[in-house]
Design a binder for this molecule. Sequence first.
Ligand SMILES: [Zn+2]
Ligand SMILES: [Zn+2]
Length: 197
Amino acid sequence: MTMLLLDDGPVAPDAAVSRTGGVPTAPAGTVWPVCRLCAGPLQFLAQIVLGDTAPAGPGVLALFMCAHRPGRCEQWSPTAGGNLALLLPAGDLVSVPAPDADADVLGLGAVRAAVPVPAAPDGTAPDGRPVLGSLGGEPDWLQDDETPDCPGCARPMAYAAGLREGPEPTTAMNFGSGRAYAHACAPCGRAALLWQC
Ligand SMILES: [Zn+2]
Ligand SMILES: [Zn+2]
């Protein structure tokens, strides 16, 4: 069953829940990731908590994308390096320090909790709250099926979660008015992010 991730209101920037915006949390010592194309620090988009029964769970997905050169760092690609998805172990995660005082990490303008709720039979939110994404189920591809292969074992990765741009244009992530898809391979500890519009 597809669970929608619904906007559950403002939350602390480092809250240990599924959320969009705020600061990434990761094992101590994790360095803020950079774009492989322009070398700028990636924008942190969201963390998604994957429960014990999730295809790639348990764990936490941390999702990043380059916001320095919109459309020019192949931000849509699961392999080019203009975005990053990390599959982290659940627990013992701490805030990742910004790369340095002058670095502009271009954080989203708002931090919103994303609570999983079963979708209504027609796939919409049962209570009208804004949809921030989805958890498990099948990817709602806007274009062709682009399930990525795992860079570790070369097998197709399991679909883990989807992201929407969010209800607030001034604070939203930029998927070209499209949707993002996060996949993971639990045995290899790898994850991938791509988007379509
Ligand atoms: Zn870049
Ligand atoms: Zn793998």
